[in-house]
Design a protein around this ligand. Sequence first.
Ligand code: 3PG
Ligand code: MG
Length: 366
Amino acid sequence: MKVLRMTDLDLRGKRVLIREDLNVPISNGAVASDARIRAALPTIRHALERQAKVFILSHLGRPQEGKYDEALSLKPVAARIAELLGKPVPLKRDWLEGLDCEPGTAVLCENVRFNKGEKKDNEDLARRMASLCEVFVMDAFGTAHRAEASTHGVIRLARVACAGPLLVGELTVLESLLARVDKLIVGGGIANTFLAATGLGVGKSLEEPELHEVALRLIDGARARGAEIPLPTDVVVAKELAATAHADVRSIHEVRPDEMILDIGPDTAERFSGMLQTAGTIIWNGPVGVFEFDQFGEGTRAIAQAIARSRAFSLAGGGDTLAAIEKYGVEDRISYISTGGGAFLEFVEGKTLPAVAALEARAQGG
Ligand code: 3PG
Ligand code: MG
C-alpha cells in the first residue's frame, strides 16, 4: 500500500480535517461502547501535540440527509472525546460555513450524514469540505468501504490528503493476515443474509438481499481454499424485537414466516465453539444475536467465550462486535480488534476500499 501518511507531515498551525468513524452505539443519550472513539484517540492526540487546528468529522447512524435529527447528534460522542482527552471538544453544527480553533485544540463537526449529498459522494459537498482544511486525513477504516463525500470525494479535492495512523495500522494488520484465515464465522443480520442466499426461509428476519451474490461468492471462495463459513443449523426466534419478547428455539428449516431470527441456537453455539477450539486463525465480524436483550445473547456469549478460550490467533471487527466483546469482558483475550465492520469484511473478501484507492491515487499524483 503506497499512500501519504499523516505522520510524515508537518501539521504545526495547519487546519487539519480528520475523518474518523465514531459511529458508536448510543443508549439513553450516552455512548454505550467507546471502543471506536478510543481507537481514534492516538490520531487525534498526534495532531493536537503537533499544534494542529484539529477538526474531527464522523457520521452516526443513517439519518435522512438534509435534516437535523437530535437522536443522531454527535453530542454524546463530543462529551466522551472531551472526557478521554481531558480537554473541551466543542460540537459545531454549521461547520460547513467555516471552521477555526486555536492550534492544539479540537472541534467535533456534527454528523456528516446530516448533509445532503454525503452518501452520493456529491462533488460540491466534497469541495466545501476540502476548502475547510490544509490537510485532510482519512482515518475512518470502519467507513473506508463507502465512497461518500467525506470518505472519497474530499480525498480527491483536498489540498493535501493522507492516511491516518488508525487506517494505516488496520490495513497493515489485515493485509498480513489475509492469507492465513481458516474459518469465517458470520453472525446476526449478516448470517441471515448468508442463510437466505443459500435458499433457506428466514421469515421476517433482517437481511440484505442485494448481498446474496456476495455471500455466495464468499462461501465458494472459502470452499475453494479448503476454508469454511459455518452457518447456523438452529436458531432462536421471536415474533417481535423487544426486551419482553418470548424466545423459541427452532431448527433452521422451521423458521415461520412471521418470525425473526434473533440468535443462534444452542446446538449451533456448541458446534461453533468446538470449531473455534481447533482453528488456527479466527476472524469474528458481528455478534450472532441481539445480545442487548439477554434472551437473545446466549449465542454471542458462547462465541465470545470460545474465542477467548481458543489458542488461535483471533481477529474481531465491527461496532457491535466491539460492544459484545466489552459486555462479555474478553478484550484481553482477543489477539487483534479491528474498528471496521463492513470495511473489514470487504477487505478480507479482497475488494478495493474506495477511500484507500483514492489515497493511493493521490500518492501517485492523481
Ligand atoms: C459501520 O458501523 O458499519 C460503519 O460506521 C459504516 O456505517 P454504514 O454501514 O451506515 O455505512
Ligand atoms: Mg455497516
